[in-house]
Design a protein. Sequence first.
Length: 79
Amino acid sequence: MFSRLFTEHPRSVDETYVEHMGMALSFAGWLGLAALACLVHAFLPFLFEKTGSRIIDGLHDRMVRNRRRHAIGGLAEKA
């Protein structure tokens, strides 16, 4: 029961707990850099003009691409 709390969601996206933790930590790191770039940009608008949005776009693409890859892989396994 208790271990299910740590494995249910990762399994739903076809990852192990450790794989999911790595992916989430990677996203957290990139989001931290995006936040830092946006903070600097707020005070010095000539710096990091597109850095935050580029990072967010890249993370979104990565997440959507992973979902599609797993969905396609899942369909191939069921066929």
